[in-house]
Write a protein that binds this ligand. Sequence first.
Ligand code: GLU
Length: 429
Amino acid sequence: MAQLVQQYLDRILAEHAGVSDGVLADYIPELAGVDPEGFALSLSSADGHVYETGSTAVEFTIQSISKPFTYALALDSLGQAAVDARIGVEPSGEAFNEISVDKTSKTPKNPMINAGAIAAASLVPGATADERFDALHDFYSGFAGRRLELDHDVYASEKATGNRNRAIAYMLASFGVLEGDPDEALDVYFRQCSLKVTSTDLARMAVTLARGGVNPATGRRVTNAAVVKRTLSVMVTCGMYDAAGDWVSAVGMPAKSGVGGGIVAVLPGQLGIGTYSPRLDAKGNSVRGVRVCRSLSEQLGLHFLSVARDSRATLRAVYEPRDNVRVYETHGDLLFSGAELLVRTVDRDRGRFEVAILDVSRVDDIDDAARSMLSGMSAELRSQNKVGYLVDPDGIVIRTGSDFEQVRYLCVDDAVEAAEQALRRGFAG
Ligand code: GLU
């Protein structure tokens, strides 16, 4: 039954697999040498369950997706006031590698452009570049829930070809934004861009942000909620190069992309997404990655401005009024991630009941994605010789033709009674 979500993701990936628009980044030879067909999508639920589809084993360099995480570490280590004194939070409207600072403050406009990212790397505490990189490396790995590795070739290339970034670092030093040796800050920055991730690492990093800094897979708190709030805010306004406006209106999730072909997207409180496809559009964002995120958002109702409530509130209680009968009581808004949790919980329990009673009488709102998952769940139960009853007094799930149509009850007692009779007759499916 958990394959319902899997099937959604497989289908969304397949819908865009044929798209071949865009070009590989070629400012360093390593990026131009990757397989252009690599295509992966990973999604982590708020409790750390990961779904993945496509080439999720392919590792690629994190590149600019590192920027929000370094910014978060700077905030975490120095506090917001000290970081704000060096790096702004305004969209720049300029290219990501523009050699510029804010005219008045003489500080980088935001931490998602190279100037701000190099400044953030220089703020990470440590006596040497190695120490600072180690701190970053640990921090990112805490988000991913595994030790990330460095791509030494990409690092060497970034370093050999990074004159523009050198110009930025020396400009920042001249304005007093960078303390210490600019080459040391650059070295940390080149290494952070060269860490390797998979789409699944990105989904896990995203969900750790979605959970306010706790990695749900490891249970470890990596940073605090105030740092996450600030980081996500900057991702909303500045995360997608010069396409932030389009992205926010069409997809509606704080996100960051990188020229390595990755995108990380966060639905606060609910889920994290990682995508990979290395062909980029003119703005530097992964063509298929953007399309996949757009489809996910549209089809599963993930836009953050349309999400009213926290999905963790969805499952209110699970109990067993009789042997072989389990009641799943839901409340709040039943949207994609709540339905996902419900379907996965019912699936996990399937050896423990003959009849599952789903009580939606306290649900305020339900969307089409959740409705269709419940319908899929009902069909799936039947194929396992079990049955799903629905307690839906207001008819919010039931639509003509829905799989639940014949098994709708007005209250839990009626459903339990019907389940007892059915079990007594030896009927279970
Ligand atoms: N290492 C790259 C640079 O600084 C990052 C580019 C990116 O992903 O935007 O040019």
